[in-house]
Design a binder for this molecule. Structure first.
Ligand code: HEM
Length: 234
């Protein structure tokens, strides 16, 4: 006789199969990736420090062989978050399309509806950007990388040399604009998925989503723009 009590694994699979399960996975992985993007921006902004070696010292700290376990642990964790985010997004999109073949748009909220429609293509373009970016500044496949010594990348020189190519700088700016749209809608959807969507707070949650997305994009965009304008030099 089979038991009628579902195992925790059955319950987890059942939860994931419903749209709310996939939205929960997207919300949790989205928060992790949002945290990474904020931390990475704070790291990148050190390029403006009066101490021209500050960003390189930060990179040397991250690349120190005694932190290798932490670095690879963090990379694996982030990659898992990216993959789960993409799989859940794709499955949700397919599920939504078959459930609602005729799309609707709430006419009173054009920016949100526009950002929502862009998610399915801004996501893959941002993923393609990250692959290009890692080849550019971590692997050195796009342009040769300079080093100050073993495990000591000359991040300042590499970033500036890269953005002196207008095509590279332009691609970064475009990717950051898409990231801005993606984060705006993503952060707002995340609040809805976790149930923080009381009408009284809606306007503040949307403002938080818009402001954080804008600050992240503008902070990053300022770097290629400063290089092209000749304000950041080696
Ligand atoms: C102008 C904007 C950006 C600049 C100047 C920048 C700079 C850098 C640099 C210098 C590295 C290599 C660090 C090192 O080897 O120590 C790096 C790695 C990386 N960046 Fe960015 N970044 C930018 C935007 C972004 C954005 C928006 C994302 C994500 C959406 C991102 C994701 C990554 C990832 C995943 C790595 C690889 C980290 C690793 O090697 O473990 N970056 N970035």
């Amino acid at each position: 006789m089979s038991s009628a009590v579902a195992s925790p694994l059955d319950k987890a699979v059942g939860f994931y199969q419903a749209p709310i399960g996939k939205k929960a996975v997207m919300a949790v992985t989205g928060v992790i990736l949002f945290g990474y993007v904020v931390a990475h921006l704070l790291g990148n902004l050190q390029i403006y420090s009066a101490d021209r070696q500050q960003i390189n010292q930060y990179a040397a700290f991250l690349h120190d062989p005694s932190h290798a376990g932490f670095l690879w642990g963090a990379r694996t964790f982030l990659l898992a978050a990216v993959l789960l985010h993409m799989v859940a997004a794709t499955q949700l999109w397919i599920q939504n399309r078959s459930a609602r073949p005729v799309r609707y748009v709430k006419k009173d909220d054009v920016p949100t509806a526009y950002a929502a429609r862009t998610m399915i293509w801004s996501g893959p373009i941002i993923a393609a950007f990250v692959v290009f970016h890692v080849l550019h500044l971590t692997a050195g496949t796009v342009l040769p990388l300079q080093e100050l010594g073993p495990n000591r990348p000359d991040v300042r020189a590499n970033v500036i040399a890269g953005f002196q190519h207008p095509a590279v700088a332009g691609f970064y700016v475009l990717a950051m604009l898409l990231l801005c749209l993606h984060l705006y809608h993503g952060v707002w959807s995340m609040f809805q998925s976790v149930g923080v969507s009381h009408p009284r707070y809606t306007i503040w949650l949307k403002r938080f989503a818009a402001l954080s997305a804008l600050l992240i994009a503008l902070g990053n965009i300022s770097i290629p723009v400063a290089v092209l304008a000749g304000l950041l030099t080696n």
